[in-house]
Design a protein around this ligand. Structure first.
Ligand SMILES: Cc1ncc(COP(=O)(O)O)c(C=O)c1O
Length: 346
């Protein structure tokens, strides 16, 4: 039985177990349904079995060796990956400006960071893709146990993951890909290629672009190692089954005809609106991240105009450009509002 159906099941047993709200003492009434679905590992429900079956089904959808549902974001996926493949004293190659969870994962593992830098795109002020040659130069010199690559970057710049994976294989290093911002990639041929079937470990935040609730995420594994011990080390023993069921429902939707059609509509709408906005310049490998610059304004000025004059808030801004994040929930109405504003800023 799916997790979603298991939570819907009515049960006539009387519970003297956790959680003590007993699914009917709704302290915060607006979240009534959340309380109703909030169960523990009881004999009557046995959600662990439904969870492991759900994870197996999902791994088949992604084509991975294993996929784990995460309830502490990509942060916990990066930490679990590092703890799985790295021992104290090992060297790990990481990007100097990566999300703090990369350095924190190394601290927890007792690993030694070796840093690489990324060039900055002069026009848009954002980091460029990882150069495989630069990775190889370090791998030649240092005995590195794992390499962590952020692809896509926050702004939608994608690195050549197959090439980096080949280098990691050549030099005996594990490849961990932080695909926190690329959770939609496995579901469209019009988005960059996902790392889920290539890297040893790939981490994706469902909550960022794929319509998931904060802080749902996934850890995909394709190597011989088992992530379950590391996950146990950093996870609660009382997971939220409503959130876990939302992950199952999320992936079922993304993989459905309806979900895929919705995604393709969003992609084609953004593509055609960009084409009809000649007064701005766009960049990036991922069409769903609208990385835009205006010839007359800095990124900060453009961001301020959008916010103050058009009530539009962007995701991230730098001196040169600003980035507006889209995802599975972005409506055509919002996109029209944004591009009308961009066309009017003269
Ligand atoms: C590139 C990158 N990696 C990892 C994370 C952590 O993701 P989460 O918030 O899902 O823990 C973030 C969050 O902003 C991020 O931008």
């Amino acid at each position: 039985m799916s997790l979603v159906n298991l939570l819907r099941k009515t049960c006539r047993k009387t519970f003297f177990t956790t959680p003590s709200h007993a699914r009917r003492f709704f302290i915060y009434h607006k979240l009534r349904n959340l309380y109703k679905y909030d169960i523990s590992e009881t004999e009557a429900y046995n959600p662990q079995e439904a969870l492991s079956k759900a994870q197996e089904r999902v791994a088949k959808i992604y084509g991975t060796k294993s996929t784990n549902f995460l309830l502490n974001g990509s942060t916990s996926g990066i930490i679990a990956s590092v703890l799985t493949c790295v021992s104290a004293g090992d060297k790990v190659l990481i990007w100097q400006d990566a999300h703090p969870c990369h350095a924190n994962a190394l601290k927890l593992a007792g690993a030694i960071p070796v840093y690489y830098n990324l060039e900055i795109d002069k026009d848009f002020g954002v980091p460029l893709a990882v150069k495989p040659e630069a990775i190889e130069n370090t791998l030649k010199k240092e005995k590195v146990k794992a390499v962590i690559v952020t692809s896509p970057t926050y702004e939608g710049i994608v690195s050549d993951i197959p090439a980096i994976k080949s280098l990691c294989e050549k030099y005996g290093a594990y490849l961990i890909v932080d695909e926190a911002h690329g959770a939609l990639y496995p579901f469209s041929d019009n988005l960059p290629q996902s790392a889920v079937k290539i890297a040893d470990f790939t981490v994706q935040s469902l909550h960022k672009t794929a319509g998931g609730l904060n802080p749902t995420a996934l850890l995909h594994c394709n190597c011989e190692l088992d992530t379950s011990e590391a996950l146990k080390l950093i996870s609660t023993t009382s997971p939220s089954y409503p959130l876990l069921a939302s992950i199952e429902a999320n992936i079922t939707y993304l993989n459905s005809k309806r979900g895929r059609k919705n995604l393709e509509n969003i992609i084609s709408t953004i593509q055609s609106l960009k084409g009809a906005c000649p007064n701005c310049q766009f960049s990036g490998d991922d069409v769903t991240k609208i990385l835009v610059k205006h010839p007359k304004y800095t990124g900060y000025e453009l961001s301020e105009i959008l916010f103050e004059k058009y009530s539009i808030e962007d995701e991230k801004t730098n001196e040169k450009s600003t980035m507006l994040l889209c995802g599975i929930g972005t409506s055509e109405k919002s996109l029209n509002q944004l591009f009308n504003a961009l066309r009017h800023i003269k």
